[in-house]
Design a protein around this ligand. Structure first.
Ligand SMILES: *Cc1c(COP(=O)(O)O)cnc(C)c1O
Length: 468
């Protein structure tokens, strides 16, 4: 199995190299050169298997022999060992034709744990085999940093530095990061905004000598291995609910398009999925595109679902690559035009083709709050402001009788207690593994918004760690 860049200007790579590379050298994203196929019988054979067993079957073809099956099975089993539900991703019925898949039973209570717990271990495995180490550097507005930290904690070949804007993340969010006391985890509260944090990270990656001296790396949402590990729960949920003998529609609260793109991949691999309902908040670039055929940038506005507050959905490029018949030069040209004019049409034919697979729904802040309340009253399920967008979008979509709708719940309500309580009148309690979060010891360093001091701090910490 080879991987090719969506811009056709970077070398083809094997799985282990794609894992460590992240972005392709030409600025493109890596995708597999072909989709592994699972027949109706292959899918029927998965009935009764555990989440982990399905995970191994689905992901193995993507590794292309770069990791022995027994080693990979160990990685997968270890990744999901401390999830707080035996089903890993339990499914609840919400109405006659709608189910909810709970993807918030990992250590940080959000779906990003499902891929990242695997990806952190894969990094460690491949790096150790090569005798290499990396320094992961990232910025967080609060929500995604903890999933990366939990994925990398205690991994021997990884040091991780996560920058968050001082005083601008919620107490739960900060504590989920700063109470991880592992020696290889370094939290930095930067005196500045989230944009300052992001600029700082970009500047460090832009400094070639610093980047090479410390082997800087990232585990961001364009990494192919994250997509791969997300394909698993589409198969798991569909098999649990009757695939291959049922048809499905998935409703997915969407930001960077990584989660829903993994569903598209599952469909290319043989899963009987009729449609993907793309839920967006007021940052609705995708919904506007699916409605009108024009993709146009707008400034980001803050909403109740911050993990979906995006200007451009980076993983959309992977879908475009297929729409341009895998002509990377044409993709690069289209994206160049988009960057220059902030607006683009990809042509009627491609737009219509994408409408076959995707439909967008926009949900405002007021609708989000009203929906948290109404779903709670109707079903007793307390949903977070991201998950509820998928549910509402899914409810609005009409299916033929017999088609089953599955909404993906991407975060536990206790991650967003203020919004949930305001909407429903119910305070969502932290589940038991995190119940003592507010009693735990915190550790982090505060730094000014200054690149020299940041570089010195990181270099100093790394030297300390080497000496220890
Ligand atoms: C990241 C995130 C999303 C958006 O997922 P994408 O893969 O970026 O589309 C939705 N909900 C929550 C809770 C998230 O953390």
């Amino acid at each position: 199995m080879k991987y090719i860049s969506t811009r056709s200007g970077a070398p083809d790579l094997a799985f282990d190299d794609v894992l460590l590379a992240g972005l392709a050298r030409d600025g493109g994203l890596y995708v597999p050169e072909s989709w592994p196929q699972f027949s109706a019988n292959d899918i029927r054979d998965m009935q009764g298997l555990s989440y982990q067993e399905i995970a191994i079957r689905i992901m193995l073809p993507f590794l292309g022999g770069t990791i022995p099956e027994a080693d990979f099975a160990e990685i997968v089993n270890d990744a999901y060992a401390q999830f707080d539900h035996p089903a890993i991703a339990p499914i609840k019925q919400l109405s006659d034709d709608m189910w909810l898949a709970e993807l918030f039973h990992g250590p940080t209570l959000a779906f990003k744990d499902y891929p990242l717990q695997v990806v952190g271990r894969l990094f460690d495995y491949v790096l150790k085999k090569r005798g290499e180490r990396v320094t992961i550097v990232g910025a967080t507005s609060g929500d995604t940093g903890s999933a990366a930290i939990e994925a990398c904690r205690d991994r021997e070949a990884i040091e991780i530095f996560i920058l968050h804007p001082k005083g601008r993340v919620s107490d739960v969010q900060r504590r989920q990061m700063t109470t991880v006391l592992s020696g290889n985890v370094h939290n930095i509260a930067l005196d500045g905004t989230f944009d300052d944090c992001q600029d700082m990270v970009k500047a460090m990656f832009g400094d070639e000598s610093f980047r090479d001296a410390h082997n800087l790396s990232a585990v961001n949402s364009i990494n192919w291995a994250r997509i791969m590990a997300q394909i698993v729960y589409y198969f798991w949920t569909a098999v649990e609910l009757g695939a291959p003998d049922q048809k499905f529609v998935y409703a997915v609260p969407t930001g960077n398009f990584g989660n829903v793109y993994a569903g598209y991949a599952a469909k290319q691999m043989g899963l009987p999925i009729e449609k993907f309902i793309v839920g967006s908040n007021e940052n609705d670039i995708l919904t506007r595109f699916f409605e009108t055929g024009t993709m146009s940038m707008k400034p980001v506005v803050p909403t109740l679902s911050p993990s979906m507050d995006i200007q451009i959905s980076s993983n959309f490029e992977r879908l475009l690559f297929d729409q341009y018949d895998r002509d990377g030069k044409a993709v690069a040209k289209a994206l160049e035009e988009f960057r220059e004019s902030q607006s683009i049409e990809f042509g009627q034919g491609r737009w219509r083709a994408m409408q076959q697979d995707f439909e967008g729904f926009r949900v405002s802040n007021d609708e989000t709050k009203a929906a948290i309340r109404s779903v709670y009253e109707a079903t007793g399920e307390l949903l977070d402001p991201h998950s509820v967008i998928g549910v509402i979008a899914g409810q609005q979509y009409e299916v033929a009788s017999g088609v089953r709708k599955i909404a993906l719940a991407t975060a536990h309500p206790a991650k967003f207690p203020a919004a949930v309580e305001e909407a429903s009148g119910v305070h969502p309690a932290l589940p038991s593994p995190l119940a003592d979060l507010f009693e735990r010891e915190e550790r982090f360093d505060e730094l000014p918004n200054n690149l020299d001091q940041m570089r010195d701090f990181i270099a100093g910490k790394l030297a300390e760690r080497k000496a220890a």
